[in-house]
Design a protein around this ligand. Sequence first.
Ligand SMILES: C[S@@+](CC[C@H](N)C(=O)[O-])C[C@H]1O[C@@H](n2cnc3c(N)ncnc32)[C@H](O)[C@@H]1O
Length: 291
Amino acid sequence: MLASATDSPLRRALLVLALAAAAAPLAAQDRKPESAGPYVPTPWVIVDEIMKLAGVGPGDHVIDLGSGDGRLVLTAVTRYKAKSGFGVDIEAPLVAQANEAARKAGVAERVAFQVRDLFETPVNEATVVTLYLLPTSVPKLQGRLLAELPAGARVVSHDYPFPDWPHERYVKMDVPEKVAISGTPRTTLYLYVVPARVAGEWELRLPSTPPKAPPLRLSITQRPAGASGQAGTAERMADLPEVVVQGTDLRLTLPAGLAGPRPVTLRGRASDGVLEGTLDGGRWRATRPPG
Ligand SMILES: C[S@@+](CC[C@H](N)C(=O)[O-])C[C@H]1O[C@@H](n2cnc3c(N)ncnc32)[C@H](O)[C@@H]1O
């Protein structure tokens, strides 16, 4: 069907959209993925350190973005008993080699490698993500990893840190094999833990809040480098002296005068739409305002 002069503007707009949608997969295939680095396998001794730093274990689904010969994902599943693993690489022969290694190791049911652009690969099901990429590529992944990964997921980046997401821990080691790769034996592994997403407005009830009283208001601002916020009532909000989010663990301190004459520290957990914990033998709980 072709657009004619008698077609309505809406009809013409729909036709343009339909043609654009039909062309999209072709355009996507044509686009060459941006290289996040050449193939350089992680030396085996470092593979083990990455697994230990991430604390890989039976509950984990491990994704290696730029998986090369698959050694990180395969080690996670075979030696560290991760539940499952997934790797992507733009080099088809490496992907084939990794899938063949998975088959030989008898873990092909739990592991898959695909030819795929790592910048377009969803990571929301991972509990561990590993990276050994160019220092210019690592920062490009920060926003997506923070937005997509579940709270508490761990990310280990080999040699290159994120620009403004503070690492939880790091390991430094000298590995002679690295001299041929990066001109120095010095290796640094950075561990990051994805914080629960607590930004926005909350209604807070303390054990001392009478059932019919209005909840306290809590307003939290969150950045990769930390969180801050305010708490109070509709009439008056005051700065929170402390808001700390580590994975799903949360600690926040209410200012003096809000829940008593002194500051009160709330400790607990953040999960989907709920912050909660115990205080003085009772439960405190914050939920999103209705609507
Ligand atoms: C430094 S190697 C790391 C290999 C493996 N992760 C390891 O640690 O042994 C980086 C890998 O990323 C792959 N790569 C580069 N750009 C990519 C992209 N846009 N999408 C998927 N893989 C990519 C390369 O082909 C290479 O195998």
